[in-house]
Design a protein around this ligand. Structure first.
Ligand SMILES: NC(=O)C1=CN([C@@H]2O[C@H](COP(=O)(O)OP(=O)(O)OC[C@H]3O[C@@H](n4cnc5c(N)ncnc54)[C@H](OP(=O)(O)O)[C@@H]3O)[C@@H](O)[C@H]2O)C=CC1
Ligand SMILES: CC(C)(CO)C(=O)C(=O)O
Length: 308
């Protein structure tokens, strides 16, 4: 028997991975809101990707309150939208439904395990540079399209293997992990740094790296965040720092975090979920984080000016 997927949020991430599953002939439905539904009905689900374009004229769409039960829920809203969508999910779940979150950050795991039984929640993350265009198309701009998931406790279970099998023939790099919490914290360090510096300096990676000061700022930011993570008793034993630095140095000059792209589009940002939560941890563990505070302050000023 096949696995059926509910993708929550047909945006840059959900639309991409859900679309790749559809392309492979898998059973996928998107949970959408009215405006996005109307857009998708008009244009189809359109993926413009360096890994191959694809369009689905009639993607399966449902709205909250509709009927249906799903084996796997791929959760791909923004963090600030998540708590509003969670109550809508219960009616789509059966006893063994699993939820795979693809959001950046860590704090959403608490939200998910508070809302559903703990065993329903897997760990997950993705590396992909994608964005929604004005027409609602998904534009995937660099070659990475990796999705990683696994049991929070690190076990390799039959359900993880079964989901991985379903992903096998998709045009995406889907992997299982037996250390997904470590993977999620590492991605959290990387993305909080990248989104932090690209939004603070309002540019892509190239100009930041070409500036001695920009480079020094980035290094200090990584050190601070890594230190907060070590104090927070995570799986970080210090080796994250060097890896995050190397990863930052390897990025193409044009790379921008999705947060910077959202900022350029004057959209809300995940400041509280990413940088804000780390600052809470820093305060709890009394870690001095002036660079992280500067990044967060910039984002809070942006948020305030958006509201204004
Ligand atoms: N974009 C990227 O390159 C990457 C993003 N990420 C992370 O992935 C997560 C998702 O980001 P991204 O895909 O870019 O965000 P998008 O804004 O592109 O997509 C979010 C989608 O969620 C939908 N949504 C929100 N609330 C609901 C709801 N109640 N019911 C149904 N749909 C809903 C939105 O639809 P609506 O039109 O109705 O608002 C939107 O289509 C974030 O945590 C981000 O940090 C991680 C790696 C890369
Ligand atoms: C850096 C990147 C593109 C990697 O997935 C990302 O997560 C983001 O910009 O939100």
């Amino acid at each position: 028997m096949g696995v059926n997927f509910l993708v929550v949020g047909a945006g840059a991430v959900g639309g991409y991975f859900g679309g790749r599953l559809l392309e492979a002939g898998e059973d996928v439905t998107f949970l959408v809101r009215k405006k996005r539904k109307e857009q998708l009905e008009r244009t189809g689900l359109v993926i413009k990707s360096v890994k191959g374009d694809v369009t689905f004229n009639d993607p399966p769409l449902i709205e909250k309150g509709d009927s249906g039960k799903f084996d796997v829920i791929l959760c791909s809203t923004k963090a600030y939208q998540l708590e509003h969508v969670l109550p809508d999910l219960t009616s789509f779940m059966h006893e063994d439904t699993v939820i795979i979150p693809l959001l950046n950050g860590i704090q959403h795991l608490d939200m998910l395990t508070r809302s559903f039984k703990k065993e329903a929640v897997l760990g997950g993350l993705c590396f992909i540079e994608s964005t929604l265009t004005q027409e609602g198309y998904i534009r995937h701009t660099s070659s990475g399209h990796r999705l990683t998931f696994g049991e929070i406790n690190g076990e390799m279970t039959p359900r993880v293997q079964m989901i991985a099998k379903t992903f096998e023939s998709t045009n995406a790099d889907v992997r299982t992990s037996t250390h997904i919490m470590e993977d999620m914290w590492r991605k959290y360090l990387f993305i909080t740094t990248l989104s932090g510096v690209t939004t603070l300096f309002n540019t892509s990676v190239g100009p930041i790296r070409n500036s001695t000061e920009g480079l020094a700022f980035t290094r200090r930011l990584i050190q601070e965040i890594s230190s907060v993570m070590q104090h927070s008793d995570t799986t970080n034993s210090g080796h994250f720092e060097e890896k995050a630095w190397k990863q930052f140095m390897k990025l193409s000059d044009e790379t921008k975090a999705s947060m910077q792209k959202d900022l350029e589009k004057k959209l809300p940002v995940e400041a509280d979920h990413l940088q804000g939560y780390l600052l809470q941890l820093a305060e709890k563990h009394q870690v001095n984080t002036p660079y992280l505070k500067a990044v967060y302050t910039n984002l809070k000023i942006y948020e305030q000016s958006r509201k204004g």
